[in-house]
Design a protein around this ligand. Sequence first.
Ligand code: ADP
Ligand code: MG
Length: 318
Amino acid sequence: MTEADVSRGTSGGPAPSPGWTPIAEEAERAARMRHPDRYAMPRPAHRRVLTVANQKGGVGKTTSTVNLAAALALHGVRVLVVDLDPQGNASTALGVDHRAGTPSVYEALLGEISLLEAAVPSTASPDLLCVPATIDLAGAEIELVSMVAREQRLKQALSPDVLDQLDVDYVLIDCPPSLGLLTVNALVAAAEVLIPIQCEYYALEGLGQLLSNIDLVRSHLNTSLHVSTILLTMYDGRTKLADQVTSEVRQHFGGVVLRTVIPRSVKVSEAPGYSQTVLAYDPGSRGSMSYVDAAREIAARGAAMGADSAAGVETNGR
Ligand SMILES: Nc1ncnc2c1ncn2[C@@H]1O[C@H](COP(=O)(O)OP(=O)(O)O)[C@@H](O)[C@H]1O
Ligand SMILES: [Mg+2]
C-alpha cells in the first residue's frame, strides 16, 4: 500500500461517481472536517465499551483513544473516555485537569466516589466526557491486590446506571502499558478490545501475550470479551517495513483490522503539547482526517451490530 492509498482509499464510502476526481474527494473531506455536525456518525445499536490495550508503550493507545473519541463526539455521538494510565496523558490531551487531588478514576476504583463525580466535559467537545487519571493511580496496581473483587472494580464503577446518567454511546478506556491489574480491570469492564498496532519493527512482539491474557480474562472473568478492532498506527509510507507489517496484520486478523491506517504525522504528536486532540489542533491534517475516517468505520460497525452480535453490551436506554 502506498502513502497515497492510505490517505485516499480509506473512507469506505460508495464507489466514485463518474465525475469523481481525487481533488473532489479531498474537497468533500475538507467540507466534512469544517462542518462535522452535518456529517453525523451513526449511534451504535447498543452502547459499546471498548478497552484500548497493548502492553507495549508508545504504540498509539492514548493518541488513538483521544482522537477517535473526539472524532465520534464531533460527529454527534456521545463518548466517555476513562483514563486508566497514571501518566494521565489522555486527560492532558482532552484538556482535563488531573492534578493530584482531582476526583479521578482512582477514587472511583476504590469505591470512595461514584464515577459520576469524576466525569467532566473535555475541551474537545461537549459530547466528550473524561474521567481523568491522577498520579494516585500509580499506587492502585498494588492497593487493589488486597481488595475484594479486585478485578471487577472498574466494571462496578461503570455500572449501566452510571452510564445511563452520563448518557454516552461509547466508552473508551485508555490502558497503561502493562498487563497488570489496571489493564485486567479494563478487560473485565468492556466487551470489546481495540488494539493499536504500530507499523514498526517488533510490532507483533508481545501481541501473543496480550491475546492470551484476553483469552484468560474471557474464560474466567468476562465471557463476552473479544478483540473487535485493530488499528494500524504510525504508518510511514516511505518504508517497506510499514507495508510488511500492515499486510501481515491483515492476513492474521482479517476483517477485525480497520481499513483506515493512521499515518505517522508530526501534527498528531504536537497536539497533546497544546492540550488538544489533533482534530482541534489541525483539523485538515492527514492525521486528523485519518482519525475521523477510522472513527467513521467504528461507528458504522456499531450501527450494524445486531442484538445477538453485541452479546454482553448493555442496551442504551436513550
Ligand atoms: N500517528 C502518529 N504520528 C506521529 N506521532 C505519533 C502518532 N501516534 C502517536 N504518536 C506519538 O507517539 C508517542 C506514543 O504515543 P501514545 O499514544 O502516547 O502511545 P501509548 O499510549 O501506546 O503509550 C507519543 O509521543 C505520540 O504523540
Ligand atoms: Mg498511553
